[in-house]
Write a protein that binds this ligand. Structure first.
Ligand SMILES: [Zn+2]
Length: 172
């Protein structure tokens, strides 16, 4: 049984549950495919694939030349770590529907691929819709595609995932 199937079963969600879950499954990057793309405040490395790192370096320096300061908040996340996140939220008393408005089920997060980045701008609270009001977001909307990045979850996206202006996927 896959890790996500085990978790879904342990949550008592029926087999029907996955049939109605809209986000597509995502493959987990292998450890050797990952490298540090940035460092978190804790100095813990944030990992991404080599290609994503190359695209990001080009994009962030082009942004800097336009006076836009972008930074990486998070990158690769393992399926195991996604299970931890959901388990912690369940333990804190949130219900599954509430959790799934924000977090993907293990096995279904684009962060597993090592190609998804959550981006932020200093001075704006991280991972909030306020990011949409920043000049960094405006810049991304005009230029990200030149560097193979696209916003995965615009408003009203087909996956039924909440609007995430900070979440960008590298697909060269
Ligand atoms: Zn994200």
């Amino acid at each position: 049984m896959s890790a996500s199937a085990t978790l879904i079963a342990s949550l008592g969600l029926g087999e029907n549950f996955l049939a109605h879950y809209r986000p597509p499954p995502q493959n987990e990057a292998a450890e050797h495919e990952l490298q540090p793309i940035a460092y978190a405040d804790t100095l813990k490395p944030i990992l991404a694939t080599a290609t994503t790192t190359t695209c990001w370096k080009k994009m962030s320096s082009a942004a800097a030349q336009d006076g836009i300061s972008l930074h990486v908040i998070s990158g690769f996340r393992s399926i195991e770590y996604q299970i931890d996140i959901i388990q912690r939220k369940l333990n804190a008393g949130q219900d599954m529907n509430q959790i799934l408005e924000i977090s993907a089920l293990p096995g279904f997060s684009e962060h597993h691929t090592g190609r998804a980045l959550d981006l932020g701008q200093t001075g704006t609270p991280p991972l909030t819709e306020e990011f949409e009001q920043t000049n960094a977001f405006n810049w991304l909307q005009s230029h990200a595609r030149e560097f193979s990045f696209s916003m995965s979850y615009p408003r009203g996206n087909q996956h039924g995932i909440a609007f995430e202006p900070w979440h960008w996927l590298c697909s060269p």
